[in-house]
Every structure is written in C-alpha cells, then in structure tokens.
Design a protein around this ligand. Sequence first.
Ligand code: G4P
Ligand code: NA
Ligand code: NA
Length: 194
Amino acid sequence: MKLLKEKIESEGIVLSENVLKVDSFINHQMDPVLMKEIGLEFAERFKDEAITKILTIESSGIAPAIMTGLALNVPVIFARKRKSLTLTTDLYTATVYSFTKQESNEITVSNKYITKGDNVLIIDDFLANGQAALGLASLVEQASAKVSGIGILIEKSFQPGADDLIAKGYRLESLARIEALKEGKVQFAKDRQL
Ligand code: G4P
Ligand code: NA
Ligand code: NA
C-alpha cells in the first residue's frame, strides 16, 4: 500500500536491525486519514470472504481494526491481555509469548462475541514472530469459527511469522512488507502475489 509505505519512509525510525519505530502514526499518535485508507484497503482485499467479525488485540491493532470494521460494516472485537486468570468459564484464552519482549501474555475474548459460523478477519499492526496472530487464530478456532484472513499493516518479512502463518494455511495480506532494516534504512520487499 503506497500511502503506508510513504509514511514509513518519511516518519518511521529504524531503531535497530529488528525494530521499526512508528510512534508518530500508529503506536502512540495515530493518523486517522491513514487508518481510514487502511480500512478501505483491507475491506477491498477481503471483500469476497463474507467477513462477519473483525478480531484484533489491544492496543495498537484497534485503530486499523475499527476502520476495517466500518468499511466492511461488521463488529470489531479486541482481545484483552491479562496477567493471570482465575475464572475462565465464559472466556476463550490463548497464551502469547513475545520473543521481542520476552514475556507471555494471556489473551482472552468472551465467548459471547465469536461464535460458530463467524468468518473472522484478524487485524494487527505488526507481524514479527506471528505469536499474536496465532493466539488470535486460536481464540477463533476455540469458538468453532473460521479464520477467513489475517490483515497486517507492517510485516517484517525477515522474521518467521509471515512464512509460518502461510505454512499453516492462513490467508495473509500485509500492506507493507519489510525485507530488512539496515543502516538506519527501511528496505521494502515486493508485495506478495497470489
Ligand atoms: P509477534 O506477535 O509477531 O510474535 O510479535 P512480538 O511478540 O515480537 O511483538 C510484541 C509487541 O511488539 C507487539 O506489540 C508488536 O506489535 C510489537 N512489535 C513487534 N515488532 C515491532 C517493530 O518492529 N516495531 C514496533 N513499533 N512494534 C513492534 P504489543 O506489545 O502487543 O503492543 P501494542 O502496541 O499493540 O499495545
Ligand atoms: Na499489536
Ligand atoms: Na505494538
């Protein structure tokens, strides 16, 4: 997606060979015009999937998810991150390990909001190792619903998440794919062609 890549080039800060800072338009301050365009782009890419729900994870996935839900006219659910759980009777739960942060989070969603027959589109801001996306997919599958696709704003293609999700059979659409973060510069990868 041209607009997103331009924004990354003009405002993204390469912190290291593994981490891109995008606090001025995604992770802290947010750009509503860009988010609106992202919502329209995901809606176009997934228009034939009969999406019934969008699922994301707090907090940075919420903005693009809500714009996608608006464009597709479907509800948006965000999984919550929790420390520990005592009562789990009405919740679906998955453990997400972050290699970047070296910590585990329990993510949860109420069984009220994803049900059998739902075609769920998973949305998130970054794809690195894929653990968040896999955790979200697990929540959907616990509900006997279908993961109809995964939409990512920024895929770090040099990390294993993207290949892993595709190998597991998920339809992955990433709006910007990064091949490398070298010498302070973002090198984009080609769009994935189906
Ligand atoms: P994974 O889910 O793909 O395995 O990713 P990982 O555990 O490495 O990601 C942990 C957190 O770091 C996530 O945010 C993710 O969005 C973020 N992240 C990963 N790589 C980058 C990067 O290069 N740049 C930036 N800015 N963020 C990155 P989170 O902890 O869930 O926080 P939130 O922002 O959604 O609240
Ligand atoms: Na995120
Ligand atoms: Na994040």
